[in-house]
Write a protein that binds this ligand. Sequence first.
Ligand SMILES: Cc1cc2nc3c(=O)[nH]c(=O)nc-3n(C[C@H](O)[C@H](O)[C@H](O)COP(=O)(O)OP(=O)(O)OC[C@H]3O[C@@H](n4cnc5c(N)ncnc54)[C@H](O)[C@@H]3O)c2cc1C
Length: 113
Amino acid sequence: MVGGWDEGVKKELAERLISQAEEMVPDLRQRIALQVSSTPITIERMTGNRWGAAYGWAQIPRQAGIYRLNRVSPIEGLYLAGHWTAPGGGVAAAMASGKITADLIGQRLMEGR
Ligand SMILES: Cc1cc2nc3c(=O)[nH]c(=O)nc-3n(C[C@H](O)[C@H](O)[C@H](O)COP(=O)(O)OP(=O)(O)OC[C@H]3O[C@@H](n4cnc5c(N)ncnc54)[C@H](O)[C@@H]3O)c2cc1C
């Protein structure tokens, strides 16, 4: 599990963000009815993504596009989709990845492979 995200840090960062936002929205603090904070630990717990990686592999050049996981895995019949594969992280890219993988599987089925 990723470290360095205890309650103290969480509260301090939340306070800092609210203070910054208050420069734009006066009295914001008094108007907050419900406040929820999350950290990489929260994301890890909710998604199972190691270290709370919100977008899969970091989107740096050596891990982007064709350098992400191949949608055709070495295990026969196992295909991959989602933000750990190409095209990459984010909702739109994960959806595109699912469509590309589904199309590939459909094409292979049509060809009897
Ligand atoms: C806080 C946060 C904010 C974000 N904001 C944005 C944004 O503003 N815009 C944007 O484009 N993207 C955003 N993203 C990124 C985006 O949500 C992801 O890139 C995208 O949802 C990835 O989709 P996915 O289907 O690959 O993975 P997920 O949506 O993580 O789906 C994977 C699923 O697999 C399940 N799972 C995991 N392990 C197992 C297992 N062993 N067995 C069965 N099921 C399992 C998980 O529970 C989950 O439901 C954000 C992400 C986070 C965490």
